[in-house]
Every structure is written in structure tokens, then in C-alpha cells.
Design a protein around this ligand. Structure first.
Ligand code: CMP
Length: 140
């Protein structure tokens, strides 16, 4: 077991429906700590930069437009094996495939409006955390 940090984003479909408290409760009930959190509106350029790895995908432009359609809440989560643990709590990318009790099963509207993002590796977590937060803003 390794103490890790991961980057979470509560996406515009969830902030629009006022679900951040319910999502945070699921995160905390699963034993992860929210050690940094901020609400912000991304610019199109910032969304494109954050999701640059998907730039060649057919859904890239729609995804970036969706991510700027309302406020998001960026978070740093900390806990044992936080990267994999948070992906378990989130559930599958497509809510149609997500397991019972997961955030996406309960709250996601579609594969695009899927309520939350979580880093997919410790290396990407470090990159994604530094995209949103300075070390001064993280209180572990
Ligand atoms: P996320 O975990 O934030 O990482 C990339 C996002 O792209 C993903 O969640 C979905 O919101 C979105 N995505 C992935 N696959 C598709 C798809 N086939 N169609 C539309 N959006 C997708």
C-alpha cells in the first residue's frame, strides 16, 4: 500500500445539479481525503490543454466545449493507492457500464457528462495536480 495523491474534477453536469456535496461524501466515505479543492471556470484553451492526450479523438472538441459549459471543482485526493481507489469509486467512464454504488452509476448523465474525472496513473496525477494547484494550495 502506498500513500498517493490523485486529481479529481467534479464536472459541469454535477455542479449544475448541485451534487458536489454528495460526490464529496462518497469520496470521504471511501476513505480518501480532499486535501485541496477549488471551483473555477476553465477557458477553452485550458480545457484543450488539460485533455491534450485526447486531441486526435472524434469527441475532443465536444468534450472541451462541455468542460467549459459551467464551473468545475478541481480537487486533490489523498489516500492509500488513491489513483486506483478513486477510479473504483468513480466507476466506468460510460455510466451504462458503471458498477452499482459508484459516482458515475448514481450521477452521470452520459459518457461525456460523466460527473467526475480522475487521473489514470500516478505519473499523470502529478502532471494534472500541477495543472490546477501550486504546492502552497495543497494541505495534506
Ligand atoms: P474523463 O475520465 O474525464 O477522460 C476523458 C473524457 O472523455 C472522459 O472522462 C469522458 O468524459 C470523455 N469521453 C471518453 N470517451 C468518450 C466518447 N466515446 N464519447 C464522448 N466522450 C468521451
Amino acid at each position: 500500500m502506498t500513500l498517493q495523491q490523485t486529481l479529481s474534477i467534479i464536472k459541469p453536469d454535477a455542479t449544475r445539479r448541485n451534487l458536489s456535496g454528495k460526490i464529496n461524501a462518497k469520496i470521504e466515505d471511501a476513505g480518501l481525503r480532499i486535501i485541496a479543492q477549488k471551483r473555477l471556470c476553465l477557458t477553452k484553451e485550458q480545457a484543450q490543454k488539460f485533455y491534450a492526450v485526447h486531441a486526435e479523438r472524434s469527441f475532443f472538441n465536444d468534450l472541451c466545449d462541455y468542460m467549459i459549459s459551467g464551473p468545475v471543482i478541481a480537487q486533490v485526493l489523498e489516500g492509500e493507492d488513491a489513483v486506483v481507489r478513486y477510479r473504483e469509486i468513480m466507476g466506468a467512464t460510460n455510466p451504462a457500464n458503471a458498477a452499482e454504488g459508484t459516482i458515475r452509476k448514481e450521477f452521470a448523465e452520459s459518457i461525456e457528462a460523466n460527473s467526475v474525472h480522475g487521473s489514470d496513473s500516478p505519473e499523470n496525477a502529478a502532471t494534472e495536480i500541477s495543472f490546477f494547484f501550486s504546492t502552497l494550495e495543497i494541505a495534506g
